[in-house]
Ligand binder design. Structure first.
Ligand code: SAM
Length: 218
């Protein structure tokens, strides 16, 4: 993929418009909007498609991967209520765009991807942009027990159910955000760990994600 770090007035202007658009769609968290306004989404695209980078759409960017729709990234980020220093597990690294947003919010990010070509691509691109996350290759439906517990867990692929094993890797007071449903449609679910044994579950809007594939998934 052609890759150049050029961020001029045209891209910055387009990013500003995207932020205004996300506000009009109901994203209210100023910190999330600031992060969206900061991360150069066109860096994840081939230069030929830079004119698509600031549209509110998911987009195929090679290696069989898509970069998530900005609204979806903002929506999940808002639900996580990230505070500086939060240890966040992201399941489904993909392009790494969501990873960058989490890092702009002050999170220490552990991110896992199961497709090797995508993993290899993203571990090269993100550090080149200055985002030094902790990258892992493997089945994230099992979480990453070695680094648990996490303040927050975000799943960026559609799951058939909430994996119990992920709940166990949350800190007390921690939040899991995960789309749950069938292959066509998923409900955004947040789960808050209240104490050792109790969890509170909330069901929100409907989305369509690529499937979470793995031991505790499809
Ligand atoms: N968050 C990404 C972004 O900002 O561009 C988009 C993620 S994409 C919608 C979902 C990703 O989850 C895909 O790259 C897919 O390979 C990955 N995935 C699916 N099942 C997984 C699993 N069990 N463990 C880790 N990654 C998984």
């Amino acid at each position: 993929m052609a890759y150049k770090f050029v961020d001029n007035y045209r891209e910055r202007g387009a990013r500003k418009k995207l932020v205004e658009h996300l506000k009009s769609r109901g994203i209210a968290d100023e910190r999330v909007l600031t992060a969206i306004g900061k991360v150069p989404r066109h860096f994840f695209f081939d230069e030929t498609f830079w004119n698509q980078a600031y549209k509110d759409i998911a987009f195929p960017i090679g290696d069989g991967q898509t970069i998530s729709q900005p609204y979806t990234v903002a929506y999940q980020s808002e639900l996580l209520h990230i505070v500086k220093g939060d240890k966040v597990l992201e399941i489904g690294t993909g392009s790494g765009y969501q990873t960058c947003i989490l890092m702009e919010l002050g999170a220490e990010v552990y991110t896992i991807e199961r497709q090797e070509s995508i993993y290899k691509h993203t571990i090269r691109v993100l550090p080149g942009m200055g985002y030094k996350a902790n990258f892992f290759f493997g089945d994230g439906s099992m979480g990453i027990a070695d680094h648990a517990p996490y303040s927050k867990i975000i799943v960026t692929a559609g799951a058939p159910f909430v994996p119990e094993i992920l709940l166990k890797q949350l800190k007390i007071g921690g939040i899991l955000v995960i789309p749950v449903g069938n292959e066509h449609s998923q409900t955004m679910v947040t789960v808050i760990r209240v104490n050792e044994t109790e969890y509170e579950r909330f069901e929100l809007d409907t989305f369509r994600f690529v499937p979470l594939v793995g031991d505790q998934a499809w």
